[in-house]
Write a protein that binds this ligand. Structure first.
Ligand SMILES: NC(=O)c1ccc[n+]([C@@H]2O[C@H](COP(=O)([O-])OP(=O)(O)OC[C@H]3O[C@@H](n4cnc5c(N)ncnc54)[C@H](OP(=O)(O)O)[C@@H]3O)[C@@H](O)[C@H]2O)c1
Length: 266
């Protein structure tokens, strides 16, 4: 599969690296266009793919054109590529907030997939939610699923509204987890644990809990009850979290991210 990347930043590189790792394509079949010379040098040196600063040139002969630029650079890129793509070429956008209808209009192209990956994609442990415009063929959907699948799990949805929702949950989610972990480490240090030990305890608790959820197959509430003896230490902590409206706060945070994602799309 010939793949062109417009934007070789953090997410573009994560995808490129996963595609090569999983041997979905080869370095000779990949081109990366980026306006940033340092990024071009890094990508060329690390992956041995063709790099360039001309976005239009990069898309020549590609089956899939990945849009991995920031939302604020989308208008200029769409203007450059408008009307230049063949119907057989699939555009795969990972740009937060950019709607399929705006992408089709701006690119004057109807074969567009919109996806929302997340940063654990960088180590193949991500999750991407994606949807496709009506003109995308089954073969092109297969390409999109395979590309996103190199970075972890992928879920196809037939309604675009779920992409904005996923943005607020799995897209932004790693930041919520990191903040929770940072706060738990600070709390551990505050009661007297050495910082290194606090970090190790928190990291392994989060990793172990995630695997435990997956392997046990038990409902979360049941797993929580297993740790929570009546009148015990965990019950005391959970009471404080609920007094501080932990669940309600999380509900507000996710809702704010969802509203922001919808607003980004105009
Ligand atoms: N990071 C995440 O967790 C995440 C998750 C899901 C989706 N996304 C989406 O992924 C997209 C890329 O994010 P990122 O974190 O990879 O951004 P990034 O690191 O800033 O990468 C974008 C790259 O594109 C370059 N660029 C800017 N304008 C360009 C143009 N006109 N033509 C070609 N290249 C251009 C940038 O160069 P300069 O740095 O010089 O501007 C930069 O190297 C965003 O739209 C974001 O919404 C990100």
């Amino acid at each position: 599969m010939n793949i062109a990347f417009i934007g070789g930043g953090a997410m573009g590189e994560a995808m490129l690296s996963a595609i090569l790792d999983k041997e979905l394509s080869q370095s000779q079949a990949i081109s990366v266009s980026d306006i940033n010379e340092a990024r071009r040098q890094h990508i060329e040196h690390t992956y041995g793919v063709a790099v360039m600063s001309n976005n239009r040139l990069a898309t020549d002969n590609s089956d899939v054109v990945v849009l991995a630029i920031k939302p604020q650079n989308l208008a200029e890129v769409m203007a450059e590529l408008s009307g230049q793509l063949k119907p057989t070429q699939l555009v795969l956008s990972i740009i937060a907030g950019a709607r399929i209808s705006s992408l089709c209009l701006g690119l004057n192209h109807n074969c567009v997939v919109r996806a929302m990956p997340n940063t654990p994609a960088q180590i193949g442990e991500g999750i991407s939610v994606w949807t496709a415009a009506a003109d995308v063929t089954e073969q092109q959907k297969g390409w999109a699923g395979s590309i996103l699948g190199t970075m972890g799990k992928e879920i196809y949805v037939d309604d675009e509204k779920y992409i904005d929702m996923a943005t607020a949950v799995s897209g932004s989610g790693p930041a919520y987890i990191f903040l929770f972990m940072e706060s738990l480490i600070e709390a551990a240090v505050a009661i007297g644990l050495p910082r290194d030990m606090a970090k190790e305890l928190v990291l392994q608790t989060v990793l172990g809990s995630g695997h435990f959820i997956q392997k046990s197959g038990k409902p979360l509430a049941e797993l929580r009850r297993m740790v929570t003896s009546p009148g015990g230490t965990t019950a005391e902590a959970l009471l404080q979290l609920e007094k501080g409206k932990f669940s309600e706060l999380l509900m507000q945070a996710v809702s704010a991210a969802y509203n922001k994602a919808k607003k980004l799309g105009g």
